[in-house]
Design a protein around this ligand. Structure first.
Ligand SMILES: [Zn+2]
Length: 75
């Protein structure tokens, strides 16, 4: 398995780009946001995505709605 560009801190859900990757798994990582340094408490982006899919779709919908409102005000 190739090294990912970043991993996800399971404590605060931040993206962490500074970590040690070996033999297909995280060996060492430190989250700069919450200070988590337990390699087991990080997840790969593709594994974590499945949990956050619903939240991302909701955020996109809100953005589209804001654009629609702006257009109406101009007319
Ligand atoms: Zn963190």
């Amino acid at each position: 398995m190739a090294k990912p560009d970043y991993i996800i801190c399971l404590e605060c859900e931040s993206e962490v780009g500074d970590f040690t990757w070996r033999d297909g798994e995280v060996r060492r990582a430190v989250c700069e946001v919450c200070g988590n340094s337990d390699a087991d408490a990080f997840s790969l982006p593709e594994e974590f995505d499945q949990d956050v899919d619903e939240d991302e779709e909701e955020a996109e919908y809100v953005e589209d709605y804001d654009d629609f409102e702006d257009e109406e005000e101009e007319e």
